[in-house]
Write a protein that binds this ligand. Sequence first.
Ligand SMILES: Nc1ncnc2c1ncn2[C@@H]1O[C@H](COP(=O)(O)OP(=O)(O)OP(=O)(O)O)[C@@H](O)[C@H]1O
Ligand SMILES: [Mg+2]
Length: 488
Amino acid sequence: MGSPLSRRFNKPAAEAPKAISEAPPSESAAQAAAPAAEKSAEEQRGYIPPPKRRTTPRVAELRRQLRPKLLAAPNEADEWRRDNPEHQKIVVDRLNIFLQRANLQLPKPEYDELREALLDDILGWGAIDPLVRDRSYSEIMVNGPDVIFAEKRGKLIETEYVFDDDEHADWVAQKIVRRLMRRFDREHPMTDARLPDGSRVHLVRRPSALQGITMTIRKFPEKVLTVQDLIRFGSLTQEVADFLQACIVARLNIVVAGGTGSGKTTLLNVLSSFIPEDERIVTIEDAAELQLAQRHVVRLETAPPVPGAKDGTGQLVIRDLVKGSLRMRPDRIVVGECRGGEALDMLQAMNTGHDGSLTTVHANSPRDAIARLETLTLMAGMDLPIGVVRRQIASAVQLIVQQARLKDGSRKIVQITEIQGMEGDSITMQDLFVYKTPDHKGPGPSQLGGGTLQPTGYRTKFSERLEQAGFKLSAKIFGGGMVGGGKA
Ligand SMILES: Nc1ncnc2c1ncn2[C@@H]1O[C@H](COP(=O)(O)OP(=O)(O)OP(=O)(O)O)[C@@H](O)[C@H]1O
Ligand SMILES: [Mg+2]
């Protein structure tokens, strides 16, 4: 990384000031990064944290004091840009005047360090600015000021960056939420937000976040992944892509299931791209991430309460938006994630003419996804008997596409399962495709890299519907000539 921050901070961590690292200067770089108590436990596990890039205590202190002083109002620079020379000049001029007035003369390296640090804080995203700007990082995770992890090409690594302290991280957090008129303080200790480039941000603070401010940033992808990209990565095969496209056009209701960070939203976006151009699509999300290329799209995002309002005035949750969307004459409803009572509204919508709708749920298998939908539907508080809920699910959802992040860090579709109907009180399901590695035995998908998504030999029971939508899929896609949801 050649950013100014990395150059500036790129000094041996052995130089890290005693006051901050609590390590004697003679200790090795890696040791200096961790407090003595943690060190041995980490070493025992064989994990050595990377050396950290810290400013000198004097620069850290000046940086802390000057951050607010260089601005006429806390939000003055919220729309300014880190790479805009005019904005940089305003900040640097103010810094110079301040140092002159205070009669402070810093050695050149320290001055340079302070200047870049303040530019990052005021125009950028503080300590994590290089990670935010480097597009090859897809996720940034701040676990308190001292521990910052990032994901690059599927690999999660601890970075050398640190915030000076919790107050420093809070400076950046406030900047993020202020632009969205959201709050992040003792009254609102957990919040969702977005960076201006669309990256999704989740924030938690004390008392819940025990290490201090915890940020999870899902970077806005440099390039929206297309179905061709996913095929190239081996996340699915061309045949399965053809099948999924047919299912979307034929208006099957589809649920994408997966664990956290498994690629659900990305897959939802790809599936949505198959929706024909002449259909009206309403997307509903907590923090808008979906990016559809179609023109006839209405994008809705939840709204937090008006700042200062105690009774939730102005708040719109996913459920409100799902209900509202039904009056917007949608052909398709795409809900970013079902995680509460909106599942009931979504199922009802799917069952009452809004077929072809899509959503995701947090679940580790298709069977689990059904159980999750049941729980979420019960959360709607309608006191529905479980049998009724199951019937709703069985008639609303036709396909579950399971996405997973595998042991090697790759993200793949690992199972495509059709809902067949009800047998007594249980929902019956049939796998159409399952991800297998050569040595994998047993019924479920493999968790290892290097496999492929293979047909199970069962042909979809929706063949006729797909044909009516203009897709005559060859029997080969399903691994043979079997018909009608059972082995011939
Ligand atoms: N098939 C894929 N191959 C490679 N990278 C992928 C794939 N799918 C998603 N990604 C990348 O993985 C990261 C997580 O993807 P995504 O946001 O879709 O996951 P998610 O399951 O929706 O996460 P969350 O549970 O946090 O909502 C993103 O950086 C995305 O670009
Ligand atoms: Mg997601």
